[in-house]
Design a protein around this ligand. Structure first.
Ligand SMILES: [Zn+2]
Length: 464
């Protein structure tokens, strides 16, 4: 197959370059100004299109098994494919059982079965329970099948409890010896627990219903900063093995960058601030919450400079019955995001001039591929790499509609947002998985998914 005459996002260049790309089987075999097709070879005319490496979303919660009323692997990977994401990395904490032992991992893989339409890797988990049990053995047994480990300093999940700072230090040290990053949800319980009590008491004494301001103030920005500082201290000589997820404050990002650790942010921290709760309500509820006005501009600058390594969605949808419970305290904290990740960064990052082409490629896949041991075949358009490609019509527009995300969850704070550019094709290892023309035909968005369930492949560290 030849993808002919597209404006291609090649590594190390400052601008898109017009090229032909030949794909044989699953792999890119040549890239040149002009490639003559062999007799019978398929040619995709990309003359009016831009060609990007498939995005990597290294932070999704697909909830399988256990919470599949919120999301499952099939819907989650369809939403990813539609949004130009060709590889996801799934979190260990929102399934039952959580992925804290090799036996639990086998159970998860069996439950997922052949359901994914894009490639995927998994994180293992370190919970408070696993610290008490056999931390070292469990992490060592999981390591061959996972590309990192995740833990929380504060957790609302009984099935996946938080670790304390000494426990975190042990987990980072073990992850480091296993050659895997340790991912951390960084909010300081010493700040969040009393702040939550205070905010709950305040609305009660004032005889009013709790407000979204109360929720944001129950998880203040200082909680992230102090958790990150403590985590860096606990890492001792192993800071490069620490990766902080969904950073929302510039101060935390600064501390991370200075320490040699890495961090990610998410589109909702770039697109929204706490003032937006007044119009969006629980559709915007995530944990940690979006931050004060002004943080987003700084996060964009840090993404551009590399101080924040990449952007991930933290995809964690829930049905309306859980998103709108009537109380800001019990409304589910999480939003679908894997489908809007690439379109948002393309329009508001790259096209809007906040990210150079190089930065855009790092943020949407290149850096995550390298951080999680996948860069042998993933994360860039080059000869020998998997043909994971997104074909974008730059003159098109994408209007976000929750009902068309293909996720099980359709409540998104991005609802109605108009983003420049539209994704026409997503290819995973040389095969189309999403084709916008097919979606248009039937009026049924699922019709745009042109890969069979189970096409997606489980990737392990060092995949090549
Ligand atoms: Zn998450």
């Amino acid at each position: 197959m030849i993808i002919r005459n597209g404006l291609c996002a090649l590594p190390g260049l400052d601008a898109l370059e017009r090229r032909d790309i030949r794909v044989e089987g699953e792999t890119i075999v040549s890239i040149a100004a002009s490639i003559a097709p062999s007799p019978g070879e398929t040619v995709i005319d990309a003359s009016c299109l831009e060609v990007f490496p498939g995005a990597i979303d290294p932070h999704v919660h697909f909830d399988e098994p256990g919470f599949t009323h919120r999301e499952d692997f099939h819907h989650g990977t369809m939403a990813a494919a539609r949004g130009g994401v060709t590889t996801v990395i799934d979190m260990p904490c929102t399934s039952l059982p959580p992925v804290t032992t090799a036996a639990n991992l086998r159970e998860k893989l069996a439950a997922m079965g052949d359901s994914g339409v894009v490639d995927y890797a998994l994180f293992g988990g370190v919970s408070g329970h696993s610290l008490a049990e056999s931390l070292d053995r469990n992490m060592a047994e999981l390591a061959p099948d996972v590309v990192g480990f995740k833990c929380y300093l504060i957790s609302g999940m009984e099935s996946f409890t938080a670790v304390d700072i000494p426990g975190l230090g042990r987990a980072i040290a073990k992850a480091s010896t296993l050659g895997r990053p340790l991912l951390l949800h960084a909010e300081d319980p010493a700040v969040v627990v009393p702040a939550t009590e205070t905010m709950k008491a305040r609305s009660a004494t004032e005889g009013r219903k709790a407000s979204w301001d109360d929720y944001v103030d129950s998880r203040p920005e200082s909680a992230e900063v102090s958790a990150v500082a403590a985590a860096i201290a606990s890492a001792k000589g192993n800071a490069t093995s620490l990766h902080v997820v969904h950073v929302g404050t510039a101060e935390a990002a600064r501390l991370v960058a200075a320490s040699g650790a890495t961090c990610e942010t998410a589109p909702h921290y770039l697109a929204f601030c706490r003032d937006d709760f007044s119009s969006k309500g629980s559709a915007l509820k995530t944990a940690p919450p979006v931050k004060s006005r002004g943080q987003a501009d700084l996060l964009w600058q840090f993404l551009a400079s590399g101080a924040i390594l990449y952007c991930a969605s933290d995809h964690a949808p829930a049905p309306a019955s859980e998103k709108n419970t009537g109380s800001i305290w019990t409304d589910y904290g999480g939003i679908p995001g894997t489908g809007t990740l690439f379109p948002y960064l393309y329009a508001q990052g790259y096209k809007a001039g906040r990210l150079t082409l190089r930065a855009f490629l790092r943020v949407t896949g290149g850096a995550a591929a390298a951080r999680f041991g996948l860069s042998g075949r993933k994360g860039s358009i080059a000869v020998g790499m998997d043909a994971d490609l997104v074909l974008v019509d730059p003159r098109g527009e994408y209007r976000v509609r929750g009902s068309e995300l293909l996720s099980k969850g359709n409540i998104t704070p991005f609802e109605g947002m108009r983003l420049s550019g539209s994704i026409l094709h997503t290819l995973v290892r040389g095969r189309a998985v999403w084709d916008a023309r097919e979606a248009d035909k039937g009026g049924n968005a699922v019709a745009g998914i042109v890969a069979r369930a189970g096409y997606g492949k489980h990737l392990r560290w060092g995949y090549r």
